[in-house]
Design a protein around this ligand. Sequence first.
Ligand SMILES: C[S@@+](CC[C@H](N)C(=O)[O-])C[C@H]1O[C@@H](n2cnc3c(N)ncnc32)[C@H](O)[C@@H]1O
Length: 297
Amino acid sequence: MNNHITVMLNDAVEALGVKQGAWYIDGTFGRGGHTRKILEQGGKVIAFDFDQEAIIYGQQTFKSEIIAGDLILVRENFAHLADTIVSLQKNNQVGQINGILFDFGTSTQQLTSQERGFSFEGEGPLDMRMDQRLGVMAKDLLAVIPENQLTELFRVMGGEQEAKRIAKAIKSSKTPIATTKQLADLVSKVKGRQKGKLHPATKVFQALRIAVNTELDNITDMLPQALNVLHYGGKIVTIAFHEGEDKIVKHTFKSWESRNLGKNETKKPEVPSEAEISTNIRARSAKMRVFIKGTHE
Ligand SMILES: C[S@@+](CC[C@H](N)C(=O)[O-])C[C@H]1O[C@@H](n2cnc3c(N)ncnc32)[C@H](O)[C@@H]1O
């Protein structure tokens, strides 16, 4: 099933500047929206996703591209990008890397599936692992993290103003919070009825998801590796949905430029058009940045 609408599909792939027969990395395969476009433009793709469901979907949907050798699907955290690429290159399975794309965060499949535990609608286990091999779920974090650190997590990663009261309520709950409904109800009770469109638990769920999947650390670890494996003149294109993600990319690109490693092409991030946002609400917070690796002298 695919109910994911790819964000900034044309802008991001256009920014990569796909050349016939050249290799590109899609660091966040998801449902393969960006990968498909790169393939349609004649590029070849190494696609990463650490979610088993995304990989199975990709193997079924892109069978002929995989058989033709135009797509290599890897179940791996992009924080280990360099090792994977170097070993594929050593085995002559891929050539030089001409561009790398990241569309951070979660897919609609992950967000809306009740069993995966990302959704505050309905009821499911409070899981939130994008990579099912991880040992710690969101419910485990709630159980082990002390109240003050939970407050900090909701405040910093979620921008939640009622962080302290929510953390206190979680820690004083008589029954352990183990389902999405329990957490959504608890947060709604603490915050009361709210005006506006956001569910009261949106920010708490976002903060927990980022922590369970160490999303910001993954980006910090991955960026220097992406620059290393990229061929001179190639581009790194990122789409961020959270201020924390965008900040890491922004500072890294700026620092690379100041070290003459290439050009930061987006001093200000590019954002989706009003038309795109009106048809895909997930696009509303997207920020796209582009860095071009300096040419070898
Ligand atoms: C927003 S979706 C990408 C959607 C995709 N561009 C499309 O058009 O279908 C993000 C995907 O990246 C994966 N992901 C997030 N962080 C990752 C990481 N550190 N390593 C590998 N995959 C990751 C998630 O599992 C999810 O499937």
